[in-house]
Design a protein around this ligand. Structure first.
Ligand code: PMP
Length: 450
């Protein structure tokens, strides 16, 4: 009996016979289930289908697996931890690894971003940061500062806080009136002024000044925080215009508004630095992270807070809970073990510096796709690239969907799309030959979906 159930489990991993039960997230389920894109194994730069066909990972999974897949040190750290301490509550109890993981993360963050609140995902991180911002003003005696400012085309996960400050219409329009009291800065993309820019576009810093308009409309005394992704990721990789983030920081400082960087994608080396905050020389009040913190191996996210935020909460009486917020799995031992092992790899292999070193070569490789049929813009930043395709006659998003399908089945390439924008962001261990393979396949794919 035990033998046959073990056999069934192995078969299920390779070839599930029920495709019905799992409702896949952010997926066209009906189409998917007629022609599924399935992976069952991964190593370093490649996924493998159940039939054993390699699929090069052009997207680090979902912008997560920056150290590449199934790295031995991470696997063994998780295994060892599971045998040592499987779970420990983070409410009123602690375990050593969570403190170590927090301080390792804090060491990578700039300035006095010294305190880490753990959760399990980017969505939870965004909602946690927004809640900390509101609670912060409360403990400071300024509880009227409640307004939250996000940005058009921003993505901060799928919690109600995140979709409220987020700026993607499909993520908002089905879900009622969302949270009250949110405003949005304009997005920073303008093809006319920015087309085919490598790195940060020259045009657009002035778009940060729209925050002054929002302040004039509502008064700074009602505004708690501004949250932006340093590079908007989910709507097709929009690098920040030169000087834009600095300007945002200046306006927030001027009006006593907290600034949150959502670094769920940009954190842990994607832009060649531990955090984009370092690349841009801008210190936000909080940084949210997830994904690559442990190379996507165990769900983990968090918020890194500056000293003044943490201290505001610690100035109350003893024996009183300071922040009524947290998750059962905050600081989960397996996630922490995976985090420490991953940060060791990032450090030992100099993966952030390495990304800086290959950024120009990557940008040139991406730009070589210019001129292919229907390509209307290409953007690059760090080890991220995006190609905008003109929509086909069947409507927006159809060409992008075809790219996902054909990319996987015909070319063995995993990528991301946002409507008709293709985004690629390979693991930071990518060598020249991998970059060549991705660009070659992408080029052929773009011709194919023309
Ligand atoms: N913020 C940003 C900037 C993201 O890119 C994402 C996920 N792509 C999230 C938040 C949400 O993360 P999760 O899917 O882990 O909830």
């Amino acid at each position: 009996m035990a033998g046959s159930s073990a056999l069934r489990a192995a078969n299920d991993i390779q070839q599930p016979n029920d495709l019905d039960s799992w409702w896949l997230p952010f997926t066209a389920n009906k189409s998917f289930k007629t022609n599924p894109r399935m992976v069952s194994r991964a190593k370093d730069m490649y996924y493998y289908t159940p039939e054993g066909k390699p699929v090069i990972d052009g997207t680090s999974g979902l912008w997560c697996c920056n150290a590449g897949h199934n790295r031995d040190e991470i696997v063994s750290a998780i295994q060892t931890q599971a045998q040592e301490l499987d779970f420990a509550p983070g409410f009123q109890y602690g375990h050593p690894l969570a403190f170590t993981a927090a301080s390792r993360i804090a060491q990578l963050a700039p300035a006095d971003l010294d305190h880490v609140f753990f959760c399990n995902s980017g969505s939870e991180a965004a909602d946690t940061a927004l809640k900390i911002a509101l609670a912060y003003w409360n403990v400071k005696g300024q509880g009227q500062k409640t307004r939250l400012i996000g940005r058009e085309r921003g993505y901060h996960g799928v919690g109600f806080g995140g979709i409220t400050v987020g700026g993607i219409v499909n993520n908002r329009k089905f879900f009622g009136s969302l949270l009250a009291g949110a405003d949005h800065l304009p997005h920073t993309y303008n093809r006319e002024h920015q087309a085919y820019s490598k790195g940060e576009p020259e045009w657009g810093a002035h778009l940060a000044d729209d925050l002054e308009r929002i302040v004039a409309l509502h008064d700074a005394s009602t505004i708690a925080a501004v949250i932006v992704e340093p590079m908007a990721g989910s709507t097709g990789a929009l690098p920040p215009p030169k000087g834009y983030l600095k300007r945002l920081r200046e306006i927030c400082d001027k009006h006593d508004i907290l600034l949150v960087f959502d670094e769920v994608i940009t954190g842990f080396g994607r832009l060649g630095y531990a955090f984009a905050a370092e690349r841009y020389g801008v210190v936000p009040d909080m940084i949210t992270f997830a994904k690559a913190v442990n190379s996507g191996t165990v769900p983990m996210g968090g918020v890194i807070c500056r000293k003044h935020i943490y201290d505001a909460f610690m100035s109350g009486p003893d024996n009183v809970v300071e922040l009524f917020h947290g998750y059962t799995y905050s600081g989960h031992p397996l996630a922490c073990a995976a985090t420490i092992a991953t940060l060791d790899i990032y450090q030992r292999e100099n993966l952030f510096e390495r990304t800086r070193a290959i950024e120009a070569r990557w940008a040139d490789a991406m730009m070589s796709l210019k001129g292919l049929p229907n390509v209307v813009d290409i953007r690059t930043l760090g080890l991220v690239g995006a190609v905008d395709l003109a929509p086909n006659e069947h409507g927006p998003g159809k060409r992008g969907y075809a790219a996902i399908e054909k990319g996987f089945h015909d070319y063995g390439l995993m990528l991301r799309t946002a409507m008709d924008t293709i985004a690629v962001a390979p693991p930071l261990i990518a060598e020249d030959k991998h970059i060549d393979e991705i660009i070659d396949k992408l080029g052929r794919l773009i011709r194919d979906v023309a």
